[in-house]
Design a protein around this ligand. Structure first.
Ligand code: GTP
Ligand code: GTP
Ligand code: MG
Ligand code: MG
Ligand code: ZN
Ligand code: ZN
Lengths: 214, 214
């Protein structure tokens, strides 16, 4: 409990800073390998340079994801939690430290790719404006029911890898029904980070939210 | 730290009990939706009644997985961690409690399907004989590098959903190279829980381990 209180305190500090600097902050979460980094690679390709972006990526170890993002030209910082105990989520303190390396004055959008985990990241506020949960259609229909906190706390659900639908025994309508049961207000967008199906809707949602904050 | 010490104490207790009752215990772990329950459904169909089995399934919430397993005729107990704080892993204490509902005298094999999470379950000994990590080929090649503890502590890696390989930009050789980098001794078996490719190898590995313990 003490850990969450200290974290909430720091999250409040971050949120004030991001508001002052007029930066819209998104916390992207999913299971390992649902496609968060691929989504970012393809999204950054379409919104830069109109939107000035910065990316913070969290993993237990490796710099793989930040290296992939840097290739898009966006500034990216990798946080490795194994340097301080191997936590399975990003804390507000680690975001505060990483964000201080960015020039927030110029930035419109800060995206945090959290550690691949559908449980603990949902419990830690990092000072974000919204949370986006990515769910791959390869993971089965029942994840919203099994990991309700993640879906309840998110503002958007992206159902990714829909290019694989023809090869799966999977009912996307059932997943959406389960999402509605957990969070009836949350919009759901079907996308493929491979074929870019659904990206127009996703980018429009993103731009509308950035404009709303300004 | 205190939590792990108390847990290790209980794990030692469990391990003595399982040795006394001559039950071989496997702890199966993976990301959410890698196919653990489907693997169990298809495996139990092939090894019962020659091998007397019991299953313990862990999830934050829902009884879905135990209900699926019960349809195979095997006794299955569902542990929901939301009843005691929503832990993202199974502890040795929760296994001790669930196992007490089984008739261990008659049992050859106890399989524990852990909570879908590549991080915390690897840190908690539950008194098992071996750990099996299931990795879906839809999750990308780099998970062994990003979640090394899970792969280092396992005795077998099952690369699942190989029926989807023709539709993925995925290099299974690269994944195996990464696994070898983290745990050179660990065998890797490619399987599909849909087409049952690779199941002969998996079932043989399983039977050999049960016989070794007897
Ligand atoms: N077919 C298909 N594959 C995808 C799609 N998006 C991502 N992938 C693949 O899914 C695998 C994992 O993608 P990543 O983008 O690394 O996933 P991630 O969520 O960032 O993974 P972690 O950071 O390790 O949690 C890779 O093999 C990608 O090529 C998609 O829309 N369709
Ligand atoms: N194509 C294909 N799909 C599979 C295979 N194994 C499982 N699936 C699908 O993958 C999804 C998830 O399977 P589950 O068995 O529920 O996965 P799980 O690891 O038990 O999930 P959690 O318990 O929630 O962590 C379902 O839609 C299954 O049909 C496979 O070998 N091939
Ligand atoms: Mg990633
Ligand atoms: Mg399952
Ligand atoms: Zn955690
Ligand atoms: Zn945990």
């Amino acid at each position: 409990q003490k850990m969450l209180d200290a974290n909430d305190e720091m999250a409040r500090h971050n949120r004030l800073l991001f508001k002052e600097k007029n930066v819209f902050v998104i916390n992207i979460m999913s299971s390992p390998g649902s496609g968060k980094t691929t989504l970012l690679e393809k999204t950054l390709g379409r919104i830069q340079p109109d939107i000035n972006c910065g990316i913070i990526v969290g993993d237990i170890c490796t710099k793989n994801d930040a290296e992939r993002i840097l290739k898009t030209g966006a500034p990216a910082i990798q946080i490795n939690t194994d340097a301080f105990g191997g936590e399975c989520h990003l804390s507000a303190g680690s975001i505060e430290k990483a964000a201080s390396d960015f020039n927030l004055e110029e930035m419109d959008l800060l995206i945090v790719e959290n550690v691949g985990n559908l449980v603990c990241p949902a419990e830690f506020d990092i000072g974000e404006d919204v949370r986006v949960v990515v769910l791959s259609v390869t993971e089965g229909e029942d994840k919203p029911l099994k990991y309700p906190l993640m879906f309840r706390e998110s503002s958007l659900a992206l159902l990714n890898k829909i290019d694989l639908l023809p090869y799966l025994d999977y009912d996307i309508g059932l997943t959406k029904k389960y999402i509605t049961r957990i969070n009836a207000e949350m919009p759901v967008i079907e996308i493929s980070s491979k074929t870019l199906e659904g990206f127009d809707q996703w980018i429009e949602w993103l731009k509308n939210r950035i404009i709303q904050k300004k």
